[in-house]
Design a protein around this ligand. Sequence first.
Ligand code: KIV
Length: 277
Amino acid sequence: MTSTFTVPQVAVSKRRNGATPLTMITAYDEPSARFVDAAGAELLLVGDSVGNVVLGQKDTLGVTVEMMAHHIAAVARANPRGVIVGDLPWMSYHVSVEDSVRNAATLVRAGAHCVKLEGGKNRVEVISAITNAEIPVMGHLGLTPQSVLAMGGFKVQGKTEDAAQQLIDDALAIERAGAFAVVLEGIPDVVAKRITEALTIPTIGIGAGPDTDGQVLVFHDLLGLGNRTPPKFVRVYGQLGQAMTAALSEFVGDVRSGAFPSDAETYHAPKGSNLSE
Ligand code: KIV
């Protein structure tokens, strides 16, 4: 699978060097990938957020490698120009290094151009092994949703000087291990700025303020398709959920009133056939 945007291009996209900010949007199936591609985003993230966003689960912990491969393959069928980032789900890179490399390869064989995993210094060995298997790795620091139980909920991270310094150390560690970019989620803007300045690889923020090298949002959040009030860092660019309900309701009403289907929407028997009316 080829793409117009490549991992090496993303890896050098630092705003301080004059690069345009990167855009990454989640996609979970062929239609969403087509829409994201048409918008021109450089990166499509097949996130494990598929669990809560698409499958109605309460968090991402129920998502498996097989589920991720299924959704990545659907996104890849859209043949987007952007880099397809496949999220390694919880427990797919926590048991052993060998396991992690094999699971990363499963996502690449499904169509991902790289994988994303959560964690800092504790993931150095795994990042280095996956990178050595020629699979590019994107890191993910801050509010890491797979740590929801350990964090005691989805809470903004890095709020003290010590916690901020730990995040900077984590970011430097995963850069040294070979990560080509890192997502910064749910941290104060000043901390995201310090991490972005400290790294040579790009940072992509979500709830991390304006100073990162790029921004990522969840497809359903930015299009108003979610079933909850989105967090404060989301800007809703379209109320497509309302538009969809209006269109669907019109269909239901037309069927009930007999206005659908019309004659033009109906097949007729060929003229002169012996089919009776
Ligand atoms: O799974 C996901 O959608 C993510 C984003 C929140 C960055 O990891």
